[in-house]
Each structure stands twice: as structure tokens, then as C-alpha cells.
Design a protein around this ligand. Structure first.
Ligand code: SF4
Ligand code: MG
Length: 314
């Protein structure tokens, strides 16, 4: 359904004369219809920027984004607006950008009005239906966001995203602000909706447990680059990139007899405005070699559908 290749997003630096920040640096991945791709990495790694660039909510600097057979980067604003019906976003706080005086009904009706879908009476009916689909009472349409708990608000955020019947939903830290028990309910809702509506997800999160729970494939990002990608199972059971290994060593094991050494990374994430030379990970990498300090590693296919960007796998 979605094929992203060579995606780049640069932001100009605040300091005059300084090099631009490469927030997303040559990222490629595909997502098949009905599947979930998880993007994981620490804050500042470019995963949110990737998610937003894919929907062209921010303009990519370079790259190709093929979605439903069209190259999104080539679309002018009118056809892009029409295409938005098919690709929606769920945010961490669904109400952050909305007028707090709007009722839930108005919040949910808005995408239908924007895309000129249905007449007024049918829109009201669609709003009632979608509330029911996400497990909320249709009578909530007259209430305001502040009357709801975090979990209920996120149900509304999901309802708003799927009311136009999109094919692709980008979820950016969609459960990160919620208590763990509520997180599980929302993740289960998203998975039920995926089955019922054949949705495709790009799921962005810093939380490795969440990503493991929802993803078919995952991509691990570090300082704007995709360092490892593969099926969820293969990446979690046999991580290859030293950064992925370190990240995964920090989460609880699935089986008590699984042996996994805790790898403590030295130092903190470097400033994305001045990333280390060669492999961006080299100052923190336990396996760093001389070549890593000067040459960016190539991306190598280590098995079918599995890619690692590291000199160890050349
Ligand atoms: Fe470590 Fe070198 Fe691989 Fe980078 S390329 S992750 S520094 S071994
Ligand atoms: Mg983010």
C-alpha cells in the first residue's frame, strides 16, 4: 500500500551559516495493506518526522512516497487534499490542536465536512455510528472533550481518524500519555479496527513493548537513519544492529530462560545538528571499528526482508 524510498527531511539550522539538520536521512520502507509497521527509536531520531512527512503534513526535502499507486510527493495541493481522506493521523493528544469549545460531535463531523462526505443528517448518523465503533456511547456527541478521561479522548481521536474510512493511519505516540492498563485497551481497539476495516498502520513509538505488541514489521531509527528493519519476530528475537541490541537489552525478557545481557550504552544521543562522522552511532557503539568513524555504513540485506545498516554486516 505504501512505499517510501530515499525519504529526507532537512530543517534549516537556527544558527546562521550552520549546516541544516538532517532529521530524516535517506529512509526507505514498504508497508503491505492490512499490516502494521512500527517505527521505534529514542526521541529526536526522526520517527515522528518520518510519519508526518509520509502524509505530507510536513514537506519532505527529497524522496518518493508511493501510496495507493500515486506518488504523493508529486501531488499538488488540491489532489493531495482529496487524498487525505485515505490517510489519517492519530496524535498523542488528539485535542491539543482543536478548539476546546467544540463538542465531540462537531470534532467528529469536521473531517466529513472537509471532504464533502454525506449530507447533514447522514453525517450525524455517521458520528453516532463511529462513536459506537470505538466503544463510546453515541450520546457523547453533545459533550465536550474536557468531560472525558485520557482513554476516552483517545477513542475520540481514533474515531476522528477513521470516520473518513482511510486506508492508512499514522499513529504517533498514540498511547504514550496513557496509563498502562488503558494503553492495552486502546491498542486492542486499534487491532480490532485493523481487522474489521482492513487498516494499515504506521505506528510510531519510543516504547519497545508497545511496538512489539502491535507490529508486523519494525524499523529502528537512530539520528535520522533507519539502522535496522525486519519482521517484528526476527528483530526482537535476533537483533543485529548494535544499537537495536542495546535498546532491546533494556526491556524485560519474554521468557525467563532467555539469556540476554544488559548492554549499557555509553554517553547520550548526540546533537542531531552535529551528528558524529561516519556511522552516527560510533561514539556509543561497543563494536566500533576504525572504518566506522569515517565512513557511513551501507544498508545490507541480511535475509529476505531484513536490513541492517552497519559495517559489521558488509
Ligand atoms: Fe557500530 Fe560500526 Fe556498526 Fe556503527 S557501523 S553500529 S559503529 S559496528
Ligand atoms: Mg516524536
Amino acid at each position: 500500500l505504501l512505499s517510501v524510498s530515499g525519504l529526507k527531511k532537512q530543517f534549516s539550522s537556527e544558527r546562521r551559516g550552520a549546516a541544516p539538520v538532517k532529521a530524516v536521512d535517506d529512509v526507505s520502507f514498504d508497508i503491505e495493506e492490512g499490516q502494521t509497521m512500527g517505527l521505534v527509536g529514542e526521541s529526536g531520531c526522526g520517527k515522528s518526522t518520518t510519519g508526518r512527512s509520509v502524509l505530507r503534513l510536513i514537506e519532505p526535502t527529497a524522496g518518493k512516497i508511493e501510496f495507493m499507486g500515486e506518488d504523493l510527493t508529486a501531488l499538488s495541493s488540491a489532489p493531495l487534499r482529496a487524498m487525505r481522506r485515505n490517510m489519517q493521523m492519530v496524535f498523542q493528544d488528539p485535542f491539543a490542536s482543536l478548539n476546546p469549545r467544540m463538542t465531540i460531535g462537531e470534532v467528529l463531523e469536521e473531517p466529513l465536512i472537509v471532504h464533502k462526505l454525506f449530507d447533514r443528517a447522514s453525517r450525524k448518523r455517521k458520528v453516532a455510528e463511529i462513536l459506537d465503533v470505538v466503544g463510546l456511547s453515541p450520546s457523547y456527541a453533545d459533550r465536550h472533550p474536557h468531560e472525558f478521561s485520557g482513554g476516552q479522548r483517545q477513542r475520540v481521536g481514533i474515531a476522528r481518524a477513521i470516520i473518513t474510512r482511510p486506508k492508512l493511519v499514522v499513529a504517533d505516540e498514540a498511547v504514550s500519555a496513557l496509563d498502562v492498563s488503558i494503553q492495552a485497551q486502546i491498542l486492542n481497539l486499534l487491532q480490532d479496527l485493523q481487522r474489521e476495516l482492513n487498516l494499515t498502520y504506521l505506528f510510531v513509538s519510543h516504547d519497545l513493548a508497545v511496538i512489539r505488541h502491535v507490529s508486523d514489521r519494525i524499523g529502528v531509527m537512530y539520528l535520522g537513519r533507519m539502522v535496522e528493519a525486519g519482521s517484528c519476530e526476527s528483530v526482537y528475537s535476533a537483533p543485529k544492529h548494535p544499537y537495536t541490541r542495546a535498546l532491546l537489552s533494556a526491556i524485560p525478557r519474554e521468557h525467563p530462560d532467555q539469556v540476554r545481557e544488559r548492554i549499557i550504552l555509553q554517553g547520550s544521543i548526540p546533537n542531531p545538528a552535529a551528528p558524529p562522522s561516519g556511522c552516527h552511532f560510533h561514539p556509543r557503539c561497543p563494536s566500533c571499528m576504525d572504518i566506522c568513524k569515517t565512513q557511513a555504513p551501507p544498508t545490507t540485506a541480511v535475509a529476505v526482508g531484513e536490513y541492517v545498516t552497519c559495517h559489521l554486516y558488509r
